[in-house]
Design a binder for this molecule. Structure first.
Ligand SMILES: *Cc1c(COP(=O)(O)O)cnc(C)c1O
Length: 223
């Protein structure tokens, strides 16, 4: 496992997807998902030039944050239990998994400054996935307008695990359309510019559909 070699391959694929969809690669943020790997491997990613790190469990997040600190931009990408909010929220630069009012309330109570949040959406409707149904997202955004600590910077989804490219395009396109709908409302608390979508197996398709943040674990730092 050579992180910088993996990074070169991923960058090439990102370039290709950007070219295909007439996008600028600078508009796509690569997040290294380090949830499966050690601090050593995570440091390899930093040394290869990656500065966005993603973790999905609060223990793993704290372990790496305590070691690496502000040398990285920190993304929390997993479902977050309300009782864990106080332990991590002020260390998180982007929370990708805002999915319920009770979590918004806890963030409002515990955060000392504004938190950049993505609302997680279950586009595919799979029962195993977290996230709001697409039709719940706009009412949710309106409901949290009074929560001064929450800034909705975008939407996040996890696509089904499948090789069906058509289906993947559809899932990502649906999230983009939903993002456009919310962005057009020009809510002060919800600029909703970003799309967090695409992982090791589908990030090229996500980029073609407008992803601004791709979250890559196994193909970048290993599993
Ligand atoms: C694990 C994980 C990823 C990365 O998955 P890979 O398939 O290993 O790239 C991305 N997003 C979330 C929310 C994850 O939990």
């Amino acid at each position: 496992m050579d992180v910088s070699k993996n990074l070169t391959e991923i960058k090439a694929k990102m370039e290709e997807a950007c070219k295909y969809s007439n996008r600028n690669i600078d508009d796509v943020n690569l997040i290294a998902v380090t949830k499966y790997v050690t601090i050593e491997r995570t440091m390899e990613a930093i040394h290869a030039g990656i500065h966005n790190l993603g973790e999905n469990r609060h223990e793993g997040f704290l372990e790496k944050f305590n070691y690496i600190g502000n040398k990285a931009t920190w993304h929390f990408i997993g479902s977050l239990q309300s009782r864990k909010v106080k332990d991590i929220i002020d260390k998180v630069d982007y929370l990708h998994s805002l999915d319920r009012l009770s979590l918004a309330k806890e963030i409002e109570k515990r955060a000392t400054s504004t938190i950049n949040c993505f609302i997680q959406v279950n586009v595919s409707g799979e029962g195993t996935k977290h996230g709001l149904r697409p039709d719940e997202v706009l009412p949710f955004v309106e409901e949290i307008s009074e929560y001064s600590k929450i800034r909705v910077v975008g939407l996040m989804t996890m696509a089904p695990h499948t090789d069906d490219k058509e289906l993947l395009h559809n899932v990502f396109r649906n999230l983009r359309n939903l993002r456009d709908t919310i962005r057009e409302k020009e809510f002060h608390h919800a600029p909703c510019e970003f799309l967090s979508m695409g992982m090791s197996n589908d990030f090229d398709i996500a980029i073609m559909e407008g992803a601004t943040h791709i979250r890559i674990g196994s193909k970048l730092v290993g599993s």
